[in-house]
Design a protein around this ligand. Sequence first.
Ligand code: PRP
Length: 224
Amino acid sequence: MSSEGRTDMRYLTFALAKGRLAKTAMAMFEELGITCEAMKDTETRKLIFVNEELKLKFFLSKASDVPTYVEYGAADIGVVGEDTILEEGRNLHEMLDLGFGRCRMCVCGPASAKEKLQHGELIRVASKYPNIAKDYFYNKKLQTVEIIKLNGSVELAPIVGLSEVIVDIVETGSTLRANGLEVLEEVCDLSARIVVNPVSLKMEQERIRSLLLDLRRLRDEKQA
Ligand code: PRP
């Protein structure tokens, strides 16, 4: 990506879901020559980082806030998991599967709960993702359930009797195994995605499309 020495160029702003997603995405950007040294300082309390030469800004936010920043145009581009995109249901363009952060959204629980799913019983479902859970049970399975929103360590719910099953992310499956739970049904595959504000896509089409092409090429090289 080149700024071509233009001084009138506006900044493109990236919102990145903090944690592993942001780190892996920044490593990919770095391979494309898009660097931001200040962001690597783990001690910093700064929230926004600028690459003056390329006219880019980067900030880290809670994953669930990334789609909000992008929908309102406070960020032009977001890097966030498909789970968050589906859950938040914001008005934005999902442009690219970055090919990392692969995992699955699943209905999980003790083996004994399988029958309750098959027979469409009125069960309780705990999840950090109530909208995804609702869409899956109400629109895909056509099963009426009670959805209980939790904010973390969702695997606890069936163990302590809060719910029969959970809808949660499964990556290695070790959290489930350690707690005597298993995958009962699969909802969808997930991975890290690039999302773009619809107006930014029109206004900065050339720069954004060129970045997306570079990222796609890099992703394909890594997957080859
Ligand atoms: C996620 C998810 C599962 C776990 C799955 O939790 O909610 O609990 O990772 O990973 P595994 O299949 O490799 O064990 P996270 O670590 O984000 O914390 P949380 O429980 O607070 O949501």
